[in-house]
Design a protein around this ligand. Structure first.
Ligand code: ZN
Ligand code: ZN
Length: 345
């Protein structure tokens, strides 16, 4: 089978490798769609190394078809269309026991400890079935849409951690796929004013199409001033930083009302440091949080939102590529020309 093998920063090689051997408890999945995540790009360019093996197959936003089942497997059959929650929590650490399985101390994942979806087939270890990480894709939902349950699940986690609720004013900085999913989910939660800040014209256009209330080009307008004016000086309940640039943290704090919440949703380059005005946190009693991955439950709810057409992610799918063109696909993500870029092995 064909696989894109990650051999180190900026080295992804298309190789002919053996189809993985199935164990009694395992499944072999024929990958039908695997989307490129911002994290994959950070791994590819060497900005993220934690938990990454070489050589390995990246890709954790996966939907596919069951190709083969181990003799002890129950509940799934050959030909089933499935979506996979890629993070396996241990279930026993103090975080798992405290409803934070997404931050499990011993978590394992596809595209990290196990080979991921940038290949024609992948082996799904039996643990994925026993832990309930595998979901049937409802009829009428494409593989491309279903594979986006993973990033939407992460956004769902970020949305919950930001305590976004009805009538909130939300500022989203960065309208890449994650920022746009935050926009859709905030809308669904009943936020009344969603302000999106983005320098790329095509992404601003998309934010408008997805019904952001105000779209700002921070290269031309002062975002803090614009938000103050738009909200009559009240500022935002929640600010989501969905772009990993540390110099944006301080301006983001200035957008918050007293008691507001800043979510540093995007990852930053390792060893990053930021200069912030700590008195904003002190005197304005603002909360600063982040978000990592998602729980199985948040993944399941996200797949459900897609399946019930409560969240339509189709407009976000800008490009699909065959596996043979994976380098071109990564370039499309890197240069910002794509929104959500999907590999169809
Ligand atoms: Zn992802
Ligand atoms: Zn754990």
């Amino acid at each position: 089978m064909l696989a894109a093998v990650f051999r180190g920063p900026n080295r992804m090689e298309l190789e002919e490798v053996a189809v993985p051997q199935i164990g009694k408890e395992d499944l072999i999945i024929r990958v039908k769609a695997c989307a490129i995540c911002g994290t994959d790009l950070r791994i590819y360019t060497g900005q993220k190394t934690k938990g990454v093996r070489t050589p390995s197959v990246l890709g954790h936003e996966i939907a596919g078809q069951v190709e083969d089942i181990g003799e002890n497997v129950q509940g799934f059959k050959k030909g089933d269309r499935v979506a996979i929650a890629p993070v396996l929590p241990c279930g026993n650490c103090r975080y798992c026991k405290n409803n934070q399985e997404n931050a499990c101390l011993n978590r394992k994942g596809l595209g990290y400890q196990y080979n991921g979806g940038f290949a024609e087939y992948l082996k799904l270890p039996g643990e994925y079935l026993s832990k309930g990480n595998l979901f049937i894709i409802p009829e009428g939902i494409s593989y491309q849409e279903a594979c986006l349950a993973e990033p939407l699940g992460c956004v769902y986690n970020g949305n919950e951690r930001s305590r976004i609720t009805i009538n909130d004013t939300v500022v989203i900085i960065g309208a890449g796929p994650i920022g746009l999913m935050h926009l859709l989910l905030s809308k669904a939660k009943g936020s009344t004013a969603i302000i999106v800040s983005e320098t790329l014209p095509a992404r601003r256009q998309m934010a408008k199409k997805l019904r952001a209330n105000l779209v700002v080009n921070p290269a031309e307008e002062d975002l803090v001033k614009t938000v103050l004016e738009y909200t009559d000086g009240k500022r935002a309940d929640v600010v989501i930083l969905s772009i990993g640039i540390t110099s944006l943290i301080d301006p983001a704090l200035r957008l918050l009302k007293k008691g507001g919440i800043l979510n540093l949703f995007a990852g930053f380059p390792k060893e990053s440091e930021a200069v912030i005005s700590p008195n904003i946190i002190h005197y304005d009693e603002v909360w600063v949080t982040g978000a990592t991955a998602c729980t199985r439950s948040q993944y399941e709810k996200s797949l459900d939102l897609i399946s019930r057409r409560k969240i339509d992610l189709k407009p976000l799918i800008s490009h699909t590529y065959p596996l043979a063109k994976i380098e071109e696909a990564f370039a499309t993500v890197a240069n910002g020309a794509g929104i959500k870029v999907i590999i169809k092995p």
